[in-house]
Design a protein around this ligand. Structure first.
Ligand code: FMN
Length: 310
């Protein structure tokens, strides 16, 4: 996820039991132009393996060249993003924009798979809008074009992130006997119960968790336990607080105090540790306004334990 799944966060997710992590999407155009800030998004380390680097773009040749540069960065998998709905990407014919131009999507998939040795996987949505749910046919086409796994976010481009994810089309894809590549279900999986339900309803080979990990990287621990039929572990308040503080420190170590705090605000904003505390609103605003590590940690330390599920 853009601005979310940096290396420190990926390592934390792996530590809590995520089986595979992905970088944020990286622009193929920027990769081939050697933009430094872009190339830094492709730094992966052995501790986070298996790790995928995700790329996006609209020109098959540029994507193929970018994939070769990406391969040299040493990921285990190259993932292609055909799912991003935002205007600056989809509106320019990349990401989910390619749901309107399937021949080009397939040409990109073929060009990328032909250009590298690494496995190439694809992530996309159900279709452009509710009148054009094309995923069942598209899944076969992507497999034939060389995709070695397919992640399906159960929404259309038009839905952006609104409404709820529809897993039924994912189940239909999975039931297609012609398909042999792993199908990864994505959308609205936030805890053990939704993970279990998604597996039951789709029979997917794997599930992917996005937003449910923001501010809650221990979701992978919970989901792993539930999927194994175990009680999810419960930790004390200090434990959860320490995870959050570790995220702050990781971010500061990466970007310096000010930028590090700005960067981690998305996680702070999503933390469930404030749920149900008496002065929730003021505490949250104060935490999101804190400018220094000292100020932020003081505020975090003053958060009383919540009785709600975190
Ligand atoms: C802030 C943000 C950034 C995202 N960036 C990416 C991205 O770079 N690549 C990608 O494949 N999906 C990205 N997504 C989409 C998620 O990976 C996921 O497909 C979507 O949010 C639905 O799954 P969820 O309900 O588990 O979050 C992003 C989502 C959010 C909220």
């Amino acid at each position: 996820m853009e601005d979310v799944t940096d290396q420190a966060f990926r390592l934390m997710c792996r530590k809590f039991g995520s089986a595979l992590v992905y970088t944020e999407f990286v622009s193929a155009d920027a990769i081939v132009r050697s933009i430094r800030s872009t190339l830094s998004k492709m730094t992966v380390s052995d501790e986070e393996r298996p790790v995928a680097i995700q790329i996006y773009g609209k020109e098959p040749e540029v994507m193929a060249e970018a994939a070769q540069i990406t391969e040299a960065a040493g990921p285990d998998i190259i993932d292609i993003n055909f799912g991003c709905p935002v205007k600056r990407v989809a509106g320019k014919g990349a990401g989910a924009g390619l749901l309107l131009d399937v021949p080009r999507m397939l040409a990109i998939t073929r060009a990328v798979t032909d250009a590298v040795q690494l496995p190439v996987t694809v992530k996309t949505r159900l279709g452009w809008d509710a009148d054009h749910i094309i995923i069942e046919e598209l899944a076969e086409q992507l497999q034939d074009a060389g995709a070695q796994a397919l992640t399906i976010h159960g929404r259309t481009r038009k839905q952006m992130y609104k409404g709820s994810a529809d897993w039924a089309p994912i189940a239909r894809v999975k039931a297609n006997p012609r398909l042999h590549i792993p199908i990864i279900a994505n959308g609205d999986i936030t805890d053990g119960d939704t993970a279990l339900r998604c597996y039951e309803q789709t029979h997917a080979d794997a599930i992917m968790i996005g937003r449910g990990a923001i501010g809650r990287p221990w979701v992978f621990e919970e989901v792993s336990a539930v999927l194994q039929g175990k009680e999810p572990p419960r930790h004390d308040h200090e434990w959860y607080l320490d995870v959050l503080k570790q995220q702050v420190d990781d971010s500061i170590a990466r970007s310096g105090e000010q930028r590090g705090i700005w960067h981690i605000r998305r996680h702070l904003a999503a933390t469930p540790l404030l749920k149900g505390i008496p002065d929730f609103r003021q505490q949250r605003v104060a935490i999101l306004r804190a400018e220094t590590r000292e100020e932020l940690f003081e505020l975090l330390d003053s958060v009383p334990p919540t009785s709600e599920k975190v």
